[in-house]
Write a protein that binds this ligand. Structure first.
Ligand SMILES: [Zn+2]
Length: 347
């Protein structure tokens, strides 16, 4: 390691369990963060500052003013410019540490692209906000024996647990205890950040724990037998550390049934929270410039950049991405969202 890097990471190298050898190891390691909201953005900043070699960030959403209270990578200008979170994150992270190879991917993790987006990473980090995505990550990680870290935060509390496939409990051991088909329906009414809010401080604590787990895994210093599920509430300061046993007959790590990974190649419609629906009916990329010209020529109010197009059709707001996805804000009704999508983008 040259003198510049030794100086840059000096305070981390002084920490005994990392040292210069650990720092060098981090520099040659890679991770993928799925979801760049409150957890993902703090995680990304911590991993890039710690000196990881390569970081991929996958996110399907764009920056909004209501994100700025807790999503530490973003600024007001990112929301004003309608930047996708993956693009804004990549820009900021490159400024934080130009030695790290950062790649932001604007897109939705699906069974069809899981291999492309999750391969080549030594650890996968959960920054998502839904169980559909987490079970997909868990299926991929267990199938390919890639360690990953589950994390979630809502209101003033959150939890996180590292998962060493085949050695420690997986997410299905923890969260599935019956028919996987029932799992989604039992979670519909769970509180989310869109219904009960979330504190930036809670996300900060959980993201810090998650990043520490990730660094330990990358350094080969995470012991599967020591794994605990950590839960913490920043408001009450209640802390729990629970041992989670592997469950015999677990669908994923026991029976090796990867039903989320083998699901429909591309989900066509997903709820996005905050009064929005995401539709992905097209299987091809869109020419956003041409679409923008056509919509403007017929008198629509359009804003666009290199990554997305925003169409205001009160009371709705339609955001279209180059990969053909659209997020329709202002409704939770799939049929309303579909009809708006069809009206402006074709069926
Ligand atoms: Zn399991």
């Amino acid at each position: 390691m040259d003198a510049r890097l030794r100086e840059r990471y000096s305070r981390q190298i002084l920490f005994g369990p990392i040292g210069e050898e650990g720092q060098e190891r981090l520099r040659h390691s890679s991770a993928t963060i799925i979801g760049c909201g409150a957890l993902g953005s703090t995680l990304a900043s911590l991993m890039v500052r710690a000196g990881i070699g390569r970081l991929r960030i996958v996110d399907r959403d764009f920056v909004e003013p209501s994100n700025l209270q807790r999503q530490t990578l973003f600024e007001e200008a990112d929301a004003q410019e309608l930047l996708p979170k993956a693009v804004a994150a990549e820009r900021r992270l490159r400024c934080i540490n130009s030695d790290v190879e950062v790649r932001g991917v604007v897109g939705d993790l699906t069974p069809a692209n899981a291999e492309e987006l999750l391969s080549d990473s030594a650890v996968l980090l959960d920054g998502t906000d839904n169980f559909e995505a987490r079970f997909l990550i868990n299926d991929y990680a267990v199938k390919k024996s890639v360690p990953w870290i589950y994390a979630a935060v809502v209101s003033s509390h959150g939890l996180t647990m590292p998962i060493h496939p085949g050695e420690s409990a997986c997410l299905a051991c923890l969260a599935e205890d019956g028919d996987p088909a029932e799992e989604g329906s039992t979670r519909v009414n769970e509180p989310t950040c869109d219904t009960v809010g979330v504190l930036g401080t809670a996300a900060g604590v959980i993201a810090s724990l998650e990043a520490t787990f990730a660094i330990k895994i990358l350094l080969g210093k995470s012991e599967p037998r020591d794994v605990r599920l950590i839960a913490f509430d920043v408001w009450t300061t209640r802390f729990q550390s629970l041992r989670v046993p592997r469950r015999q007959g677990c669908r994923a790590c026991g029976q090796r049934q990867f039903s989320y990974l083998e699901g429909e190649a591309q989900p066509r419609l997903t709820m996005c929270g905050r009064d929005s629906v995401q539709i992905h009916e097209r299987r091809r990329r869109l020419d956003l410039a041409a679409l923008g010209r056509n919509l403007a020529a017929t008198g629509n109010h359009v804003r666009q950049n290199d990554f997305l197009l925003r169409l205001e059709v009160p009371p709705y707001e339609l955001t279209v991405f180059a990969d053909g996805r659209a997020i329709i804000k202002g409704t939770r009704d799939p049929s309303v969202a579909r009809s708006i999508y069809a009206r402006y983008l074709g069926a």
